[in-house]
Ligand binder design. Structure first.
Ligand code: FAD
Length: 638
């Protein structure tokens, strides 16, 4: 819903009842009111409900005008809500009305700001009807805007931004087109775990006997092709050397990462792409380090990662969401790249079989065209938020209609896939759509090292280090398809979540699906769960941590769940990731339906298919977007 007229009317009704504001009258749109008594001059405070609690603003008015709006406090989510804080106050002042459009992608925050300003103004305004008229944005310029650059990148998520940095490093001029009002797409929302074998970090962790035996199981598997055979041979040598050393730390290597990615995706992925992925993840981490990203000192295991190799960026200002995006946007700015928000690409321009540019439309309706002398990179992300596409391609889940929510931002609508298909690109693996067992908000980290999943009856139902599709499938079988993630003072220490540095308690105190209690018994009461059963479940799990032998076959353990405070996050499966997309080769070139690269056309990130197979390992998408984003940026520049 773009316009929040209904919301505004409700607010107004309540307000006019409370303070006897005059009944609404017709007023011409967007005219500065000349009634000198419209406002009682001064500065007024108002509070509204954002997505994560209260937003408080101070609004300054003189007799006939809203002069300024200052946001005093809020609990919204950094990069994601920034566009609302940038845009809504400006528009309210420009148009002198609180009846402005919510910013797409951050409607909850927009709503909260509008409500807060309304509440503030209500204390001073003599006639609210005059400042609630709908904005009439007249005279949209229909004249086409023309741009040109060596490299044009569609999408400002991790794939697009890292491609832009590489192209700028190669001396190319770059334009990044972003359709939303803010940067970052899903990358700005991500838990940000990035999988990479990294012996230096993994030497800090112990390996369980279960983990070692999983490696031997992998070596026993019948290879599907020469690449897999080669990975197994390398792994065999590496693990023999490891054993000879007599050490007990966590083993890892790119060959194990490749095998787990290939097996975890049921051998559906293109092994050549996996080969490139796992060989370049450490480089991607270092690349991000050079742009300014700081990394946590320990590796964790992102949910569904199947191995403890997830690297996490350190939090900035209490959150690590948006860290990659903010650092890359700054880097692009400094290097002279152009980032164009609210520029939606709609069509690739082709000439003699080459991609030479992009056509689209700006947020205000004005058309634009960008010429690309070297080429175009499609980095528009997946299609989890496009219910029609989900339904069209789904073959494996009972139903992916709108009754299933998505963790994705609203712009994850598969635009790049459609544009590429229109110019002859091959699509691969479109039916592989990932449900994650959990909706993402409110969990302390993307790591499962120290938590269990428990249904409403207080019982575990799956090993928490399993594949995401298995866990989501099992979660859908529980009462009301929901469950709780139970964790404790080992995961959140003094209000801060371990491994990410996020101010967890502060971020979640207003969320009604995150529960905190001093004891397990109190927690059980809060979530209406039989305490005896929950206690038995946690006791069994703690025994498994001690003995390394879990009834559900879990092999990843850290600490027992025995340290106050205890937490429960209510959650359920949501549509999370689309594994299918545009077919690319190892140079990130887009491949057409004849199996040939389309000249000057590249793609990277979630918009592509073939890297994750049927099931993406947690932590492998962030690895993918930076590895292939960089490759696309380097190759388009050649
Ligand atoms: P995005 O980051 O989605 O960026 C694509 C951009 O393109 C968007 O900004 C979009 O608005 C823009 N765009 C789309 N269409 C157009 C158009 N027509 N014109 C112009 N612009 C357009 N993976 C991990 O590996 N580890 C994690 O911890 C993790 N956590 C996650 C948590 C959440 C809540 C979610 C939703 C995903 C998570 N993932 C994680 C998955 C991962 O974040 C995504 O796969 C990845 O960020 C996708 O990056 P991308 O650059 O391909 O696309």
């Amino acid at each position: 819903m773009k316009r929040f007229l209904a919301f505004m009317l409700t607010i107004l009704m309540i307000l006019s009842m409370a303070v006897g504001c005059k009944k609404a009258e017709e007023s011409p749109a967007n005219t500065v009111n000349t009634d000198v008594t419209l406002f009682k001059p001064g500065t007024y405070t108002g509070t509204g409900k954002g997505l994560f609690g209260d937003i408080t603003v101070e609004v300054e008015v003189d007799t006939d005008k809203i002069l300024s709006i200052n946001v005093k406090s809020h609990n919204e989510s950094g990069t994601i809500s920034d566009p609302a804080f940038d845009k809504i106050p400006k528009e309210i002042i420009e148009y002198q009305t609180v009846n402005v459009d919510a910013v797409s992608g951050c409607t909850g925050s927009s709503n909260g700001i509008i409500e807060a300003v309304t509440v503030a103004l209500e204390q001073s305004c003599n006639d609210m009807s005059k400042i609630t008229v709908a904005v009439q944005k007249e005279n949209i310029n229909v004249e086409k805007v023309n741009y040109s650059a060596d490299v044009v990148i569609i999408g400002s998520g991790g794939a697009g931004l890292s491609a832009a940095v590489e192209a700028l490093n190669a001396g190319r001029s770059v334009i990044v087109l972003e359709k939303m009002a803010g940067y970052g797409g899903n990358t700005a929302r991500a838990g940000s775990a990035l999988n990479s074998a990294d012996p230096e970090m993994q030497e800090k962790e112990e390996m369980s006997s279960g983990e070692l035996s999983r490696i031997y199981d992998i070596l026993e598997l019948q290879p599907k092709n020469d690449l897999m055979k080669g990975w197994q041979e390398t792994l065999k040598k590496e693990i023999d050397e490891y054993k000879e050393k007599g050490v007990t730390y966590l083993f890892d290597s790119p060959s194990l990462h490749k095998l787990q990615t290939y097996i975890g995706g049921d051998y559906v992925a293109d092994p050549e792409l996996i080969d490139v992925l796992a060989d370049n993840t450490l480089d991607a981490i270092n690349f991000l380090k050079e742009t300014g990203v700081k990394w946590e000192e320990r590796v964790t295991i992102a949910m569904g990662a199947t191995w403890q190799r997830s690297h996490n960026p350190s939090a900035v200002d209490g959150t690590n969401k948006g860290v990659f995006v903010n650092t890359l946007v700054d880097t692009i700015d400094k290097k002279g790249g152009q980032l164009l928000l609210e520029h939606k690409a709609e069509e690739l321009i082709m000439a003699d079989g080459k991609c030479v540019g992009v056509r689209g439309v700006k947020g205000n309706g004005q058309p634009f065209e960008v010429q690309a002398t070297k080429g175009v990179i499609i980095a528009t992300g997946g299609f989890s938020a496009n219910v029609e596409m989900r339904q069209k391609y789904n073959k494996h889940w009972a139903n992916l209609d709108e009754s299933l929510a998505t963790s994705n931002h609203t712009g994850a609508t598969g635009d790049g896939i459609i544009m590429a298909e229109n110019v002859g690109a091959e699509l691969v693996g479109m039916e592989w759509i990932q449900l994650t067992p959990w909706g993402s908000l409110g969990i302390p980290t993307a790591a499962i090292d120290n938590m269990v999943f428990v249904n409403q009856e207080g019982q575990r139902f799956v090993s928490e280090d399993n594949r995401r599709d298995v866990m989501a499938g099992e979660a859908l079988k529980q009462s009301n398809s929901h469950f709780y993630m139970i964790y404790d003072g080992h995961t959140v220490v003094d209000g801060v979540s371990v491994g990410s540095g996020k101010r967890f308690d502060e971020e979640t105190k207003k969320l009604d699906f995150v529960y905190k209690a001093d004891s397990l018994e109190e927690l059980a009461q809060k979530i209406n769960m039989p305490y005896e059963t929950l206690k038995e479940t946690i006791d069994d799990f703690n025994r498994a941590v001690e003995e390394g032998n879990d009834a559900f076959g879990r092999t990843v353990f850290a600490e027992k769940i025995d340290k106050s405070p205890f937490y429960a996050t209510y959650t359920c499966p949501v549509v999370h990731h689309t594994m299918g997309g545009i077919k690319i080769n190892t140079n990130a070139q887009v491949i057409n339906t004849d199996g040939k690269p389309i000249e000057n056309l590249y793609a990277a990130g979630e918009v592509t298919g073939g890297i994750h197979g049927s099931n993406r390992l947690g932590g492998n998408a962030i690895a993918d977007i930076f590895v292939f984003g960089r490759i696309a940026g380097q190759n388009v520049s050649k």
